[in-house]
Design a protein around this ligand. Structure first.
Ligand SMILES: [Zn+2]
Length: 332
């Protein structure tokens, strides 16, 4: 049993409160490897932004849960070395699928967990979330629950279509489970293929594909019922078209990948939405830089020569999100 506080990590409670009061959101970036972790920490340290390091089920099976947790411990020390005196770093389990998974993460030093019972019948979701909360709170670990179902595919989490969160259920759910934050479904979705071109309209000025609007009325309904309660948006990558173009220019074959416009997320960040999950965008940034290097320097075979540019490109993306989309810079 290791407590996250001994590792220099923090839970989400204070961070979320400040974010709601201050009208910004905390970035939750997924990580699977060292370069991604370095890019996240460099971006957060340089902008003095609180940050949530997320570990998905896919990451745990790819990189190993124990190794990822030691990387997070290393990240705190690394952040200090970079001149960030009081790093505000959360180690969070993304889409925990059982009590046992959540318990195992809490026991090894995670400071926050998500229990995703959104696919279960309502009462079962409540029972499972409550069980995780009761365990987690003994160690001051914060818990994210989910109501409503997101469409899309991300690692092992997938659904064909979304079911919006019902604002009439949120008070009952939050009260009976005791969860610290709530992920809701308002039309964001997992993965890089959030919308088909047929679902989108073309912006006459920019020529950009604009997806159908998010259900901001659902968000407003939730905030009205649960004023000041921390709300989380999953599936919030914007799928930067310049990265998609770079990937395709250098031999990739991504078709019509369309994400959530950043200005919509900026609006959401000003409300009680205090955690925004971004994963696909960094995958795109990494892949774009690697593809470009492979084509431009075909004789290169030192992994540092292509993982280095990949790290730089991810860092640029993370800083952009922190400063221009979430507004969390200077808050830690
Ligand atoms: Zn998610």
């Amino acid at each position: 049993m290791v407590n996250y506080k001994d590792l220099g990590l923090v839970n989400t409670r204070e961070m979320f409160k400040k974010a709601i009061d201050g009208g910004y959101a905390i970035p939750a970036f997924n990580f699977n490897n060292m370069e991604q972790m370095q890019a996240i920490i460099q971006a957060a340290a340089e902008t003095k932004s609180p940050v949530i390091l997320q570990v998905s089920k896919g990451a745990r099976s790819y990189a190993n849960q124990t190794l990822l947790r030691y990387m997070a411990e290393g990240a705190v020390e690394y952040a200090k070395e970079l001149g960030w005196e009081n790093p505000q770093i959360v180690l969070h389990l993304d889409h925990g699928d059982s009590f046992e998974t959540c318990k195992s993460c809490i026991d090894m030093g995670f400071s926050s967990v998500m229990i995703d019972g959104s696919h279960l019948p309502y009462e079962e979701n409540i029972a499972l979330t409550k069980k995780v909360v009761e365990y987690a709170h003994q160690f001051d670990v914060t818990v994210e629950g989910e109501l409503g179902v997101l469409a899309g595919v991300e690692d092992e989490v997938s659904a064909d279509h979304h079911t919006y969160t019902n604002p009439d259920e949120v008070v009952d759910f939050a009260t009976r489970t005791g969860c610290d934050s709530l992920a809701i479904s308002i039309g964001t979705s997992h993965g890089a293929y959030k919308f088909t071109p047929e679902q989108c309209t073309v912006d006459p000025v920019t020529g950009r594909m604009v997806p159908p609007p998010l259900a901001f009325d659902v968000l407003e309904g939730v905030v009205e019922k649960l004023p000041g309660f921390p709300i989380v948006l999953h599936g919030s990558s914007s799928v930067p078209q310049e990265e998609v173009e770079t990937i395709n220019k250098y031999g990739g074959a991504l078709k019509a990948a369309i994400g959530i416009p950043e200005e919509w997320l900026r609006e959401a960040a000003k409300s009680a939405v205090c955690k925004i999950n971004i994963d696909s965008d960094s995958r795109l940034a990494m892949t774009a830089a690697i593809r470009q290097t492979f084509v431009e320097k075909p004789a290169e075979f030192d992994p540092r020569k292509y993982l280095g540019p990949a790290r730089e490109n991810m860092k640029k993306l993370y800083k952009h999100k922190i400063i221009n989309v979430l507004g969390s810079d200077g808050k830690a």
